[in-house]
Design a protein around this ligand. Structure first.
Ligand SMILES: [Zn+2]
Length: 51
């Protein structure tokens, strides 16, 4: 299942199929497998602020 999570602060979207390679997150990484200390690459919001 492809996750799409959106930062509620700035609107940045994380797509699990793409990952975030510049943050060290490989393509295909599910949202629940991302470290708890993940921060939005645009605004720095914590993982708990994504929906
Ligand atoms: Zn953000």
């Amino acid at each position: 299942m492809a996750d799409e999570m959106r930062c509620t602060v700035c609107g940045f979207k994380y797509y699990s199929e793409d990952g975030l390679e510049r943050e060290g997150i490989a393509p295909g990484t599910a949202w629940e497998d991302i470290p708890k200390d993940f921060k939005c690459p645009l605004c720095g919001a914590g993982k708990n602020l994504f929906r």
